[in-house]
Write a protein that binds this ligand. Structure first.
Ligand code: MN
Length: 246
């Protein structure tokens, strides 16, 4: 398995501070497993477009960011090999504000508008802070989402539903924004939102989803080491990656 480090916060609107996370997560991961190789994206300082181009040309199994805008370019590369891809996103936020730029607030609706993914092949999990225009966008495009209110007490059933919905896609991509996890377990992130998944719950999803035969790529984004406490967010990130590697 190839892990690709994407040490960029260029799409993070100055608030992501996640460029050091890939090194820290990979170092931590070595305590759990040695079963991976590591590659790295060439980051062009203060040039988001050039950096995105470099990301979109890189093959790999697991991408560690970086801010959430990297998913746009990683997924663009993914589309070269997969004709009808699916996208499952774990996130506290919907990431489809109405600026339609490739930032960590907008990358998802750019993907949808550019028809790189069909809205019916996208599922969002763990939402709990949605802006009005995002809510309208998700409804307009009929993008399925499971907010934390729906997940509470129903994780197993909802995981069944997600797996059933996405198992027929030609290639599944899973994007994990660490802020889907409750700040009590993962404080090191730019926009912490209370009321998220526990560490056990995100690992439960991970263990089940990796059984999907069509799962081909994963990314992990938005870990901000500067806000971390006792490396707990970095360690959880490494644990999530480790589960996907098993
Ligand atoms: Mn996000």
């Amino acid at each position: 398995m190839k892990i690709v480090k994407v040490k960029s916060s260029l799409g993070g609107l100055g608030k992501s501070n996640s460029e050091d996370a890939p090194d820290l997560v990979v170092n931590q991961l070595r305590n759990y497993t040695q079963n991976f190789e590591v590659d790295e994206i060439k980051i062009i300082k203060e040039n988001l477009d050039e950096t995105n181009k470099n990301i979109s040309e890189k093959e790999g199994d697991i991408f560690i960011g970086g801010d959430h805008s990297i998913t746009y370019s990683c997924f663009k590369n993914f589309c070269k090999k997969h004709k009808n891809p699916g996208l499952l996103v774990f996130d506290a936020h919907a990431d489809c504000m109405d600026n339609f730029k490739i930032t960590h607030e907008d990358w998802l609706n750019v993907l949808v508008e550019e028809k790189l993914v069909k809205p019916e092949n996208v599922i969002l999990v763990g939402l709990r802070k949605i802006e009005k225009q995002e809510f309208e966008y998700l409804n307009k495009k009929k993008i399925k989402f499971f907010g934390m209110d729906k997940l509470f007490g129903n994780i197993e059933d909802i995981c069944d539903t997600i797996m059933e919905d996405l198992r027929s896609c030609d290639g599944l991509y899973i994007s994990v924004d660490i802020d889907v996890v409750d700040p009590a377990f993962a404080p090191g992130t730019g926009y912490p939102e209370p009321g998220g998944l526990s560490s056990q719950e995100i690992l439960y999803f991970t263990r089940r989803l990796k059984l999907l035969k069509n799962l081909k790529r994963v990314d992990l984004v938005e870990i901000n080491p500067k806000k971390d406490i006792s490396e707990m967010t970095v360690k959880l990130g490494a644990r999530i990656i480790c589960e996907f590697l098993k």
